[in-house]
Design a protein around this ligand. Structure first.
Ligand code: PBG
Ligand code: ZN
Length: 322
């Protein structure tokens, strides 16, 4: 037989040689949830292995991660005072601002700090924006989002990750940053963020469930792959440095299509529901956690993501799965 593809699968050495997708620890970002106080380290029930940390414990955890080569984190602030206008989100002494300052003081450029930029953990109603007549007001929200981004940039954040899905926010953020001299703070847009039920466990982690209604009037409809590319390319035009697809596993087609349609780096967010499903099945002994996790990570890279945000990366590095 002329063609026997199995020749190249004969043993591990040849399989390694012809492997088309390779992962590196440099690709990964770990999301952290920072809360007020000190000495706080509270496991998040719906996300086994992930905890709420106050800044002091966050620093200890980050230090342990750095020893394993985990040098990129994304920060979510949880537990600030909530209001209608989300003013605590953009305060220049907010929890996230203080966390970024402390992290940068401790680790400087050994740690790359990305911050989530969205107000849903800071609004009384839990929506990702300013609400009037039960509708999230786009342009008013964009102003608040831009102020929040600037506060994080001024604190020393390396990259901002707006996750609100308002129209025009990337341009507004870029302009405000540039006007204030933060020309080198990068923006990783949650460019195609779908209204997804895979965010369930996160809403417990970030205390950000909308009290009333859902997020479908701003996040994307999961039936729309063409619109997803439109959304992402608009963000690139407005100055996004990285385009993120979220969630991950149910949206590999979007990652792949976006990769073919842009020269901007493509990232994926492997979200809380995806993580917790794997953890739950592994706890029951129904799947091999290591193998399932590594198969999933390769799938993201194969689809075209060069940056992977995932809660699994701690296990991957501490247990040497890669
Ligand atoms: C809110 C936000 C969500 C996530 C990140 N930012 C939830 C939502 O949009 O309802 C989800 C992350 C995850 O599930 O891991 N701006
Ligand atoms: Zn939000």
């Amino acid at each position: 037989m002329l063609n026997r593809p199995r020749r190249l699968r004969k043993n591990p050495l040849v399989r390694e040689m012809v492997a088309e997708t390779r992962l590196s620890k440099d690709m990964f970002i770990y999301p952290h949830f920072v809360v007020p106080g000190s000495g706080v380290s509270n496991p998040i029930a719906a996300m086994p292995g992930v905890s709420h940390f106050s800044i002091d414990n966050l620093i200890k955890d980050v230090e342990a991660g750095l020893k394993l080569g985990l040098n990129k984190i994304m920060l979510f602030g949880v537990g600030e005072e909530k209001s209608e206008d989300a003013h605590t989100a953009y305060a220049d002494n907010s929890l996230v601002v203080n966390a970024v300052k402390e992290l940068k003081k401790a680790f400087a450029d050994d740690l790359y700090v990305v911050t989530d930029v969205c107000v849903c953990s800071y609004t009384t109603h839990g929506h990702c924006g300013i609400l009037h007549d039960d509708y999230v007001q786009n342009d008013q929200t964009v102003e608040v989002i831009a102020k929040m981004a600037l506060a994080h940039a001024n604190a020393g954040a390396d990259m901002l990750a707006p996750s609100d899905m308002m129209d025009g926010r990337i341009q507004a953020i870029r302009e405000l940053l540039d006007q204030n001299g933060q020309v080198n703070t990068a923006i990783m847009s949650h460019a195609t963020k779908f209204a997804s039920s895979y965010y369930g466990p996160f809403r417990e982690a970030a205390d950000c469930a909308p009290g009333k209604g859902d997020r479908k009037a701003y996040q994307m409809d999961f039936r729309n792959p063409t619109e997803a590319i439109r959304e992402a390319l608009l963000d690139a035009e407005q100055g996004a440095d990285v385009l993120m697809v979220k969630p991950g596993l149910a949206y590999l087609d979007i990652i792949s299509k976006l990769k073919q349609n842009t020269n901007t780096p493509v990232a994926v967010y492997n979200v809380s529901g995806e993580y917790s499903m794997v953890k739950a099945a592994a706890e029951k002994g129904w799947i091999d956690e290591q193998k399932v996790v590594m198969e999933t990570m390769h799938a993201f890279a194969r689809a075209g993501a060069s940056i992977i945000t995932t809660y699994h990366i701690k296990d991957i590095l501490t247990k040497n799965w890669m």
